[in-house]
Each structure stands twice: as structure tokens, then as C-alpha cells.
Ligand binder design. Structure first.
Ligand code: FNR
Length: 342
């Protein structure tokens, strides 16, 4: 099957499969505060991610590019919404565009539409330093995402089977590329052990890409009628993963993503320790089914809702939201206790 065809199939399956798993946010309960002592209008949504300053903690996470007209239109719509709402955006994997110049326009459009926006390039952990520099240059990126997708590769019969050397390549990229590097999972979550390994080689920003949102195991299995079904429930929930990583390596900037759909989810991700929150599948669904204007409305609504939630918690800044009291119950509590967090 061609790569372009696979990309379109992924999008179609992502839309139909939707978010099915347990991201763990239902286990998080905020503790209401009756004396917030702030004005909702004074709430400041700015956040920092490593050395980057973002005007909002929300951003559009990596999805697509390459593969022809359809992905160009998607990236154009996502970039228009990102520009209008002043949020950051990541493009999908640019690995194919390194080899084939025909794949580039659907990435380049993102920078053309949004010349001053914060945009993240995206590659896999098989990439070299040279590849990394080229994908950053391709879209004049402000940051570089390196995705880790072992389970997705294992499920694809044509996928990679050699996972050696990824950490060493990441280390080289962090050293030699001049934009901040974000190492991200793609829906299986990130453990504290992985976070320590990444921090040890100089990574400053990680995206937990937790279980509970878009599920590539299900997507790949659906495409070939459930061969490796044991991977369908594989992964660390987004809520548990944020706590594992942020509490184990406090100097890391953590992005909470995987199944974030509402401002309530986003607020919980931040309160658990995230500095920013990525949304992929649910934004894509809205863009394709209802268009870029609906996506813009949705992002504005998410910002409004986040300000209201922060008001109720007495948190004027994202930094303050990260410190509000909360209660963790159910499976997430159980997971975190088993994993040595109290
Ligand atoms: C993705 N995702 C992804 N991630 C990445 O780093 N490079 C990529 O090329 C892609 N491609 C891609 C395509 C499609 C159609 C979807 C829906 C997602 C993964 C994405 O960035 C994110 O980590 C997961 O989707 C989990 O977030 P959501 O979708 O639950 O918000």
C-alpha cells in the first residue's frame, strides 16, 4: 500500500474509531475554592515550554502532511485555525518529505498561512541530525517533535522491527539542532523510566501522548481485522503518565495529550503537572466534518471555558493552575500507588 493511501486510511479510521479508552481524567477531582480573589478578565493563559513562550497552553498536535491534496487542505485548515486563535501547531511526520519533494507543499503551506505562528516540525526516532535540520528548515519551525511509535510499528506488518539506537540519535539531535526538541509518544503514554532516559540525554520537553484518545493500535488493527488485539488496551493513561513524568523529572516541561477533548480535561492535565496540552484527533474530526470556522469557534470556547474553570479554582495563571489541590481516585490512584507515588 502506498504511503499516501495509508495516511488517508489513518485519518478515516481516526475519525470513525474516535476516542475509546480511559484517559484517566475522570479520576481527577478538583477541590472547589470559595474565595478565588481574582477577575476572570485578568486570567493569563500564557505558558512556557522549555525556552518557548506560548500565548495559550492548548495547541494542535501532530497529524498530517504529505500524501497529496487532501492532507494539504487539512493542514491549511489547521494552520488557519492556529493563526486565528494564536495557538501553536505541529505538523505530521515529515520523514517522507525528506525523500520526495512532492510531499513538501502540504507541510510548507502551514508556514505560508501562518508566517509568525509557533510551528513544530515532526520526525521519527530513526532520523539523523541532518534529517532533523532539514525538517526544521522546511517550515522554519520553532520547535521539533520526535515521535516514538514502537507499538504502531509492531502492529503494521510492513513496520519497523529494529528499535536500536533511538536514544543516541535523540541525544545527537538535541545537541545539534538549534530549536527546542519535544520527544512525544503517540497514544501509548510515557513512563517515568523513559522520561529519565530522555532527560539524561538532554531532552527538556516531553509530550506524554497518553492512552485514552486516538488509539493507533485499534486503528491499525481495524485496517486488518484485529490481528494483534492484545495491543488494543496497551498503554499508560494520559492522567497517570503526566503524574509519572512530571513528578519524577520536575525540570522537564511536560505536555499532556491523548484524549483531551474539553477544557475540563485540559485543566486537569495542567493541574496534574502539564505546562501545555496537545489536541489531535478531536480537532481533526471537527475540521473535516464542520470546517475551519467551527474549529476556530471550538478553540475560542475552550479558552473561555478554561478561564471559567481557573476562576472557580482561584488560579490566575497556568503556573497557579499547576498547583491547585486535587483528589485522585479510582484506577489512576491505584496505578500511581503501585508505581510508587503517594
Ligand atoms: C497522529 N499523530 C501523529 N503524531 C506524530 O508525532 N506524528 C504523526 O505523523 C502523527 N500522525 C497522526 C495522524 C492522525 C490522523 C492522528 C489522529 C494522530 C498522533 C497525535 O499527535 C497524538 O499524539 C495522538 O493522536 C493522541 O492525541 P489525541 O488524538 O487523542 O488528541
Amino acid at each position: 500500500m502506498s504511503r499516501a493511501r495509508r495516511k488517508i486510511e489513518h485519518i478515516a479510521h481516526a475519525l470513525s474509531t474516535g476516542s475509546v479508552g480511559k484517559h484517566g481524567f475522570d479520576d481527577i477531582v478538583f477541590v472547589h475554592q470559595s474565595l478565588p480573589n481574582l477577575r476572570t478578565n485578568d486570567i493569563d493563559l500564557r505558558t512556557t515550554l522549555g525556552e518557548l513562550t506560548l500565548s495559550s497552553p492548548l495547541f494542535i498536535n501532530a497529524m498530517t502532511g504529505g500524501g497529496g491534496r487532501a492532507t494539504l487542505e487539512i493542514n491549511k485548515g489547521l494552520a488557519e485555525a492556529a493563526k486565528e486563535c494564536r495557538i501553536a501547531m505541529a505538523v505530521g511526520s515529515q520523514m517522507a518529505a525528506l525523500k520526495d519533494a512532492n510531499e513538501r507543499p502540504s507541510f510548507e503551506i502551514v508556514r505560508q498561512v501562518n508566517p509568525n505562528g509557533v510551528i513544530f516540525a515532526n520526525i521519527g526516532s530513526e532520523a539523523t541530525v541532518e534529517d532533523a535540520k532539514r525538517v526544521v528548515d522546511m517550515i522554519e519551525a520553532n520547535g521539533l517533535q520526535i515521535h516514538l511509535n514502537v507499538v504502531q510499528e509492531l502492529i503494521m506488518p510492513e513496520g519497523d522491527r529494529d528499535f536500536t539506537g533511538a536514544l543516541r540519535r535523540i541525544e545527537q539531535i538535541v545537541r545539534h539542532v538549534d530549536v527546542p526538541v519535544i520527544v512525544k509518544e503517540v497514544g501509548f503514554g510515557m513512563s517515568k523510566e523513559t522520561a529519565v532516559q530522555l532527560a539524561d540525554v538532554g531532552v527538556m520537553i516531553v509530550d506524554v501522548g497518553g492512552f485514552g484518545g486516538t488509539n493507533f493500535a485499534r486503528i491499525e488493527n481495524q485496517r486488518r481485522s484485529a490481528i494483534l488485539s492484545y495491543f488494543n488496551e496497551w498503554g499508560i493513561s494520559t492522567a497517570a503518565s503526566i503524574v509519572e513524568v512530571s513528578q519524577t523529572v520536575p525540570h522537564l516541561s511536560v505536555i499532556g495529550s491523548g484524549g483531551v477533548r474539553t477544557a475540563f480535561d485540559a485543566a486537569k492535565a495542567i493541574a496534574l503537572g502539564a505546562a501545555a496540552v496537545g489536541v489531535a484527533g478531536s480537532f481533526l474530526k471537527l475540521l473535516i466534518e464542520e470546517g475551519a470556522e467551527s474549529l476556530v469557534e471550538e478553540i475560542h470556547a475552550l479558552h473561555t471555558d478554561l478561564s471559567l474553570i481557573m476562576s472557580a479554582l482561584g488560579a490566575k495563571t497556568i503556573e497557579e493552575l499547576r498547583r491547585v489541590p486535587l483528589v485522585i481516585r479510582g484506577d489512576t490512584h491505584h496505578w500511581l500507588t503501585e508505581r510508587g507515588f503517594d
